[in-house]
Design a protein around this ligand. Structure first.
Ligand code: IPM
Ligand code: MG
Length: 353
């Protein structure tokens, strides 16, 4: 198993170290791990957030385990030196267009959710975010001086039919393995790009008569996510709305520190990362929750290598440490055993048996 390990910045470094520990314990010598630079660390060392060597490494690997990219004040620097840009280029260069962000509630964490227990009990939904298009990559873009002598900012929301079709197929197929419900989220009441989105998803939906399809505008969808989140199974949406809704969905489960994600394309190759970011404010303090990164390893083993048993073993170990009362600060509740990043990683290792 050729795996690139890209810890990146901030807590990405700490949580990836715990994830690697778990990966090594499960896969042993079969895992051939190679570390690479990305994000702010790469900007410091090489002047760019995605050095050519890292792109090569990622291209030659079967899977990529990613930590986080970004540092405080990033938005102030030039665009080609922004740490997050390394991740964005990687997603696009490798054509990883389907981003799976499952949000499920561990029963042990029901009291840690920001919603009342009766609203989130049994919550299990999937935000499927398109990852290669939309305002993130659309041209023209930039800040320029307008005819009035003042600065104007432009970004372009852009989607083609083929781009929408391929993510829609992924959504309907994913729903078939779940509760057979797809909710497509757009803003078709205002934006032409989103009219195309809605029409195209509906057309693809005809090929999946066994899957229920409905459409929601993004404002209504965010309201429903907070009002009655269990109505959702698969939420399929564009890059920007998916970025926002997946953070919101994550909080329903207790902490964004719990949730893994997978970004995949046509083959088995995938990039696996915690949904959370680099959290510069808590970096280097041994308090970050490594569970999202550890569960990303489970997704990696399942999607890229078909090692379902190993994945289930890791997920089972996480369940066990939660049942044993181990909690990092973000999911701490009265009477629980507060641990740091490394100790949580160790607890999962022990629970693997
Ligand atoms: C995410 C992050 C990234 C994004 C940033 C770091 C570029 O927020 O993966 O959700 O906006 O896609
Ligand atoms: Mg985000």
């Amino acid at each position: 198993m050729k795996i690139a390990v890209l810890p990146g910045d901030g807590i990405g470094i700490e949580v990836t170290a715990q994830a690697v520990k778990v990966l090594k314990a499960v896969a042993g010598r079969e895992a051939e791990l190679t570390e690479g630079l990305i994000g702010g660390a790469a900007v410091d060392a090489e002047g760019v957030p995605l050095p050519p060597a890292t792109l090569e490494l990622a291209k030659n690997s079967e899977a990529i385990l990613f930590g986080a990219a970004g540092r405080a004040g990033d938005e102030l620097g030039p665009r080609d030196k922004r740490p997050g840009g390394g991740l964005l280029r990687l997603r696009r260069e490798l054509q990883l267009y389907a981003n799976f962000r499952p949000a499920f509630l561990f029963p042990e964490l029901i009291g840690a959710s920001s919603l009342r227990p009766e609203l989130v009990e049994g919550l299990d939904l999937l935000v499927l975010r398109e990852l290669n298009g939309d305002l993130y990559y659309g041209e023209p873009r930039g800040i320029s001086i307008g005819p009035d002598g003042r600065r104007h900012g432009v970004n372009t929301m852009r989607y083609s039919e083929p781009e929408i079709e391929r993510i829609a197929h992924v959504a309907f197929k994913a729903a078939r393995g779940r509760k057979k419900k797809v909710c497509s989220v757009d803003k078709a009441n205002v934006l032409e790009t989103m009219v195309l989105w809605r029409e195209t998803v509906a057309a693809v939906g005809k090929e999946y008569p066994d899957v229920e399809l409905r459409h929601l505008y993004v404002d209504a969808a965010s309201m429903e996510l907070l009002r009655a989140p269990r109505q959702f199974d698969v939420i399929v949406t564009g890059n920007l709305f998916g970025d926002i809704l997946s953070d919101a969905a994550a909080m329903l489960t207790g902490s964004i520190g719990m949730l893994p994600s997978a970004s995949i394309g046509e083959g088995n190759k995938g990039l696996y990362e915690p949904v959370h970011g680099s959290a510069p404010d808590i970096a280097g303090k041994d308090i970050a929750n490594p569970i999202a990164a550890i569960l990303s390893v489970a997704m990696l083993l399942r999607h890229s290598f078909g090692r379902n048993e190993d994945a289930a073993r890791i997920e089972g170990a996480v369940r066990k440490v939660l049942a044993q009362g181990y909690r990092t600060a973000d999911i701490l509740q009265p009477g629980m055993n507060k641990v740091g990043t490394v100790a949580m990683g160790d607890a999962v290792l022990t629970a693997l048996g």
